[in-house]
Design a protein around this ligand. Structure first.
Ligand SMILES: NC(=O)c1ccc[n+]([C@@H]2O[C@H](COP(=O)([O-])OP(=O)(O)OC[C@H]3O[C@@H](n4cnc5c(N)ncnc54)[C@H](OP(=O)(O)O)[C@@H]3O)[C@@H](O)[C@H]2O)c1
Length: 275
């Protein structure tokens, strides 16, 4: 019999993102008895109880003291006070994984306590269906055990990458954190254009969404670069070439690059405000 004690992961906040991660961890074989959660909402907690969690409460008291990893999954403006409320339960045994946008490690360290290891994460909303993209950052001083545990949590809700420096999380925000909204905007624009050409609204939307899903899945599964996949749909003198030429004339790449740049700049400014 193994004498290894299973790690405890405690969630501060049991909203959309926490629930997605908890469902993912359970689906991957994590025992619900090792998953704790506190949230003022009884409704949020009863959802977790239905998944088999027993250590849940509207008050954080006693729920975080045994946690090897605390996942901070509350809105950024609430996080400082929520961390201060559990600070006396944290110590060198615990790491904090913050998914709150913008709050820098220096500020998290102040609220959680100097001896707590801090890991930051930028997730995105497709995590809610297990198709999230998360980037993690931790200082070199954070142990491999704490890093592995954090990666298990985010990987349970999709793909995880690590970035080498905290400021790169602003670029991650601009690419994948806010990224779903860019794709939604593109889906809306293409579907509207289809309607202008005479398609029924629901037909145009169904075709567009399925095309986005198919294109993303093909890009993810193919061994060929995305540029080659694009070239393969683009016959010389054909219909796709005409559309791509029109995008180029409208400086599509430059328009997208500027939007992504502005997003990163806003993420940086918000981080400085929180810091
Ligand atoms: N990059 C992205 O696209 C992305 C996507 C999603 C989330 N995030 C980040 O993830 C975090 C969570 O987002 P979410 O969508 O899961 O939010 P959410 O659904 O609103 O969940 C937050 C939960 O925390 C609860 N709460 C409030 N005060 C608390 C406290 N003191 N202690 C414990 N729980 C408390 C809230 O309860 P009440 O509702 O009763 O206040 C709510 O149930 C946010 O910081 C957000 O920035 C980023």
């Amino acid at each position: 019999m193994s004498s290894e004690v299973a790690p405890v992961i405690a969630f501060l906040g049991a909203g959309n993102m926490a629930s997605a991660m908890i469902s993912g961890l359970i689906a991957k074989g994590f025992s619900p008895s090792c998953l704790h959660a506190s949230d003022p909402s009884e409704e949020a907690l009863s959802g977790l109880e239905a998944l088999g969690l027993t250590h849940v409460g509207t008050s954080p008291e006693g729920l975080f003291e045994r946690a090897n990893l605390v996942v901070a999954a509350v809105k950024p403006q609430i996080l400082p006070a929520a961390l201060t409320a559990i600070r006396d339960q944290l110590g060198p045994h615990s790491a904090l994984l913050s998914i709150a946008a913008g709050i820098p490690i220096s500020s998290l360290q102040t609220h959680a306590g100097e001896d707590v290891a801090i890991i930051r994460c930028m997730p995105n909303t497709p995590a809610m269906i297990g198709l999230g993209a998360s980037a993690l950052y931790a200082a070199d001083s954070v142990s491999g055990t704490h890093r592995d545990l954090a990666e298990q949590v985010t990987s349970a809700a999709g793909k995880t990458v690590w970035v080498a420096s905290e400021h790169l999380l602003d670029a991650v925000t601009a690419v994948s954190g806010s990224g779903p909204a860019y794709f939604f905007a593109l889906i809306e624009a293409i579907a509207q254009a289809g309607v202008a050409l005479g398609l029924e609204e629901d037909v145009s939307m169904a075709l567009t969404v399925q095309t986005a899903l198919g294109a993303a899945s093909l890009a993810a599964q193919s061994t060929e670069p995305v540029a080659v996949l694009r070239e393969k749909v683009t016959s010389p003198g054909g219909t796709t070439e005409k559309a791509l030429q029109s995008l180029q004339t409208s400086q599509f790449d430059a328009v997208v690059a500027e939007a992504v740049r502005q997003c990163a700049a806003r993420a940086k400014a918000l981080g400085e405000e929180f810091g």
